[in-house]
Design a protein around this ligand. Structure first.
Ligand code: KE4
Length: 429
């Protein structure tokens, strides 16, 4: 593939932007190649600056469940744009999207929109600390909740991908108030919560982990987590930035029938524009300024264009049968991928929740950070590079998800499987 334009853009970008990217995982460092600079996207496809076309399985890291540039989303943004891009004042679209989110999630009585998943999770943790008067938060190894200081302890996503233990710049007294324990380990969970109950403000969890690769909750794990946090008066925060409106219209909490105290959202609810949100029980959300004393604010929160994109996206997701069709498509693709992996790879484990999945190049079962780390990231990197050259755009990390959308056709998936078989053969030796 010709990549000279991307290469020269990357050289210039590295002069001006740390690592040449505005988010580390995009630098493709862990998969041993330079990033392709993308000019445009449509449906299940993206097109780079050298004119190369790819079938896209990143989908902007989750938002593009409808596919890129869905006509209804584009039209909604166009209409909103004609009225102005930002008011710094409340607008009707915020109310409309808030109503859709609270209707979709019975555990969410009230919601506050922010501009990113990180803002959502950091605000939810501040709120939990304000509500309980306690300082300590509990997270799970390999889960990623954005880049706020409290979360950069044994975190997933770019932290795993770049192999860094945490991050300089996070003061010890912040780290001291974050406990990170193994995902899916009920025994350690119970001991940790009971030993420090009086100090723990909240547990924040990805109900389906997506940042150490996709890792599903073990049967009973989320139920145990809910029972313990309820008993001990600890706020349970579901970080549904990936799973919200992805694994079902009501998110993982609907799928697994668990009512968290607070929920964090992002990605899909912005339809590709910058939106995050946190919400939950009125008793807790009432503490948020200006209603209550816990402060949180944002210049562009509730931005009309982003709200319009979110409303249009959620309306499209309400189409009868949307999730059933996506599930059938994803299940069929995963089965075929699993068969190819079994045929060509010595060790492979496919974890999937609906339309988000990860093929680990390592032995299963993969149920937590340590087992995910057994995967052969170097082999994945070779696979990634082969697929990229064949026009298949995967996550540039073994420890991220692969996202299918409504826009992926059966021909797209058949071609992807054909290219996968070709790539498996190439990396075998
Ligand atoms: P943002 O601040 O990146 O919008 O959201 C942070 C976040 C919070 N919670 C979960 C479960 C998340 O997955 C994320 C962000 N996801 C990563 C990819 N797994 C974003 C990609 C990137 O960092 O460039």
């Amino acid at each position: 593939m010709k990549t000279s334009t991307s290469q020269s853009l990357f050289a210039e970008a590295q002069r001006l932007i740390p690592g040449g990217v505005n988010s580390p995982v995009r630098a493709c460092k862990s998969v041993g190649c330079d990033p392709r600079f993308i000019l445009r996207a449509a449906g299940a496809r993206i097109f780079d600056a050298d004119g190369n076309e790819y079938i896209d399985f990143i989908g902007s890291w989750g938002p593009m469940i409808l596919g890129h540039n869905h006509p209804a989303v584009l039209e909604a943004i166009r209409q909103a744009m004609a009225n102005g891009t930002s008011f710094g004042a409340p607008c009707p679209l915020e109310v409309e999207l808030a109503a859709m989110v609270t209707d979709a999630l019975p555990s969410v009585d009230m919601v506050r929109f922010v501009n990113s998943g990180t803002e959502a999770t950091m605000s939810a943790v501040r709120l939990a600390r304000g509500y309980t008067g306690r300082k300590v938060i509990v997270k799970f190894d390999g889960c990623y909740h954005g880049h706020a200081d409290s979360f950069l302890v044994k975190a997933g996503s770019g932290i795993i991908t770049l192999g860094i233990p945490g991050s300089p710049g996070v003061p010890d007294d912040i780290v001291r108030n974050t406990i990170s324990i193994p995902y899916n380990n009920e025994e350690i969970l119970e001991k940790t919560l009971r030993d420090s109950a009086l100090d723990i403000a909240c547990v924040i969890v990805e109900p389906v982990a997506g940042n150490m690769g996709v890792v599903l909750p073990a049967p009973g794990f989320l139920e145990k987590l809910r029972a313990l946090t309820s008993e001990l008066g600890i706020v349970l925060i579901f970080d549904e930035v990936i799973t919200g409106f992805r694994v079902s219209y009501g998110g993982a909490q609907q799928k697994f029938n668990i009512m968290p105290d607070l929920t964090c959202l992002g990605k899909i609810i912005g339809g590709g524009l910058p939106v995050g949100a946190y919400g939950g029980k009125k008793e807790i959300m009432s503490l948020i300024s200006p209603l209550g004393p816990v402060y949180q604010a944002g210049t562009l929160s509730g931005n009309p264009l982003a709200m319009a994109a979110g409303v249009a996206t959620l309306k499209a997701l309400q189409e009868p049968g949307f999730y059933d069709r996506l599930e059938r498509k994803a299940a069929g693709f995963a089965d075929s991928l699993q068969q190819l992996a079994a045929k060509y790879l010595a060790e492979a484990t496919l974890n999937r929740q609906g339309s988000v999945m990860t093929l680990f190049f390592g032995p299963g079962p993969i149920s937590d950070f340590d087992s995910a780390m057994r995967a052969d990231a170097a082999k994945y990197a070779r696979f990634y590079r082969e697929m990229l050259e064949l026009g298949i755009y995967l996550a540039p990390s073994q420890f991220e998800g692969m996202f299918l959308s409504a826009a992926h056709t059966s021909e797209d998936l058949a071609k992807t499987l054909e290219m996968t078989e070709w790539s498996f053969k190439k990396i075998q030796n």
